[in-house]
Design a protein around this ligand. Structure first.
Ligand SMILES: [Zn+2]
Length: 461
């Protein structure tokens, strides 16, 4: 292995340039299909795949979707096959004036590369290209077979991924899936993600009147729709901010003893948590005081008001407003049923409107959570590889977010272990302004990938 690992060091600058090249392409998947930038991005990925020695590299077009890219290397006869996944599309840039360098002109400062998409998920993709290049250059072969899918619509919800996987299910058969798009618990601390939260949401519109009124001439007998909305929203949670919708949390599964031990073993620095979150000095940590922060993030549902509107304060007159609206979303955990939770949320929003105001609720999407038992040879092998690559023990973590691409993989390629890893660290600000990649961790991640191919080969072969 040593020459392969050394080759990663020798090649590192070259792959930094490759990452920069990809990161200059503004492939924002929120833009309409077809997008010239995403087409260009897919072509650039295809070319880089081919350059490292992957074969059958091609850009795949699906109706209504941004282009996917596929390549493989299938010469390890009789050996296991890994299915690698990453995505080449990116999020919109947000507030341009907040970026310290232009989002699509990647720049290295203090050991981090800044730019839109550098860590989410172009580094995830180039990590494997670097590891594959090192193996092929040094050994002329990979320890196992590799199939590599790079999606073009992850940031808009992977709408066509399941259909894509189903169409190509027989060609994509693999012994293990490696999804490289998640986070490490901390910089330098390699992590495998074993659970994700699901999501349901709804919009509510409250109307009390058909036009605004003078609050002096009418206030008192005439109900205030804004207050009605606030009262409806406030009954969704208890004093800690935990979901209080009747029946909603019935199926929440507590951590089992193994999970509990894993949670308790994780380092937690409250000061760093408060700082990273940007909490005000007087703000308390929310949720059930008996649960740890990790348990709250990974094993408990969480409700938030994502949008709220009545009348802007600036310029507001002394009046009774006629209507108010809010958007609510709730993160779900095993074993909550998203359809049932959505129904309960809608019911609770409609229940007994204060002073009989008119309530309209528009249900949103319902996405399922995901979790895996991180046990067995594939996870042991992955943990060993991560440990060797990073030179630090591997942790098994959850992720409070919702990643729509994981469930289709689990469903279509059912049963094979799905190992989720990635290059994000707490300061990386993925999806936000000044997104960045820790270059030291990236180099370690490439080495971990190189070890992974060998470790998984011997574990699964
Ligand atoms: Zn991503």
């Amino acid at each position: 292995m040593q020459p392969v690992i050394e080759r990663i060091d020798q090649n590192f600058d070259r792959f930094c340039r490759d990452l920069e090249e990809l990161s200059r392409i503004p492939g924002i998947s929120a833009e309409a299909v077809p997008s010239e930038a995403l087409q260009q991005s897919a072509e650039a990925v295809r070319a880089q795949m081919e350059a490292v020695g992957l074969e059958n590299a091609r850009v795949l077009h699906l109706d209504g979707a941004h282009p996917y890219v596929y390549a493989d290397w299938l010469h390890a006869e009789g050996r296991p096959t890994l299915l690698l996944y990453a995505h080449h599309d990116v999020q919109p840039v947000g507030r341009l004036e907040r970026w310290h360098s232009p989002p699509f002109e990647p720049e290295i400062r203090d050991g981090r590369m800044y730019g839109r998409g550098v860590v989410d998920d172009k580094a995830g993709l180039v990590t494997h290209l670097a590891a594959i290049a090192a193996w092929l250059e040094v050994e002329g072969s990979l320890p196992c077979n590799v199939k590599f899918i790079v999606e073009g619509e992850e940031e808009t919800g992977s709408d066509h991924l399941e259909a894509f996987l189903e169409t190509h299910a027989s060609a994509l058969v693999a012994d293990c899936i490696l999804l490289t798009d998640t986070a490490n618990l901390d910089t330098g601390l390699p992590s495998i993600t074993t659970r994700l939260r699901g999501l349901v949401g709804a919009d509510i519109r409250v109307r009390g009147l058909d036009h605004p009124l003078h609050s002096g001439m009418w206030g008192g007998p005439v109900p205030d729709p804004v207050m009605a909305l606030v009262r409806i929203l406030s009954r969704l949670v208890d004093d800690h901010g935990d979901v209080a919708i009747p029946g909603f949390c019935d199926d929440v599964r507590s951590p089992n003893p193994v999970e509990r031990a894993q949670l308790e073993a994780l380092p937690f620095d409250e000061e760093a948590f408060r700082r990273d979150a940007g909490l005000m000095p007087t703000s308390q940590i929310g949720g059930d005081p008996a649960a740890s922060v990790y348990e709250k993030l990974w094993f408990r549902p969480a409700l938030s008001i994502n949008g709220l509107i009545s009348v802007p304060v600036k310029g507001a007159a002394n009046q009774l407003t006629d209507q108010a609206e809010a958007r609510i979303s709730v993160r779900l955990v095993p074993d909550q049923d998203p359809r049932r939770c959505l129904d309960l949320l809608v019911q609770e929003l409609k229940r007994d409107p204060p002073l009989g105001v008119e309530v309209e609720v528009i249900p949103g999407a319902a996405a399922i959570w995901w979790s895996t038992e991180a046990q067995g040879p594939a996870f042991d092998a992955a943990a060993r590889a991560m440990e060797r690559g990073y030179g630090a023990p591997c942790t098994f973590i959850g992720c409070g977010g919702t990643i729509p691409f994981v469930t289709p993989f689990a469903r279509v390629l059912g049963g094979v272990p799905a190992v989720l890893l990635g290059l994000e660290d707490p300061p990386c600000n993925a999806h936000g302004e000044n997104e960045s990649l820790h270059l030291g961790d990236w180099r370690k991640g490439m080495k971990a990938a190189a070890y992974l191919y060998r470790e998984l080969d011997s574990a699964l072969g």
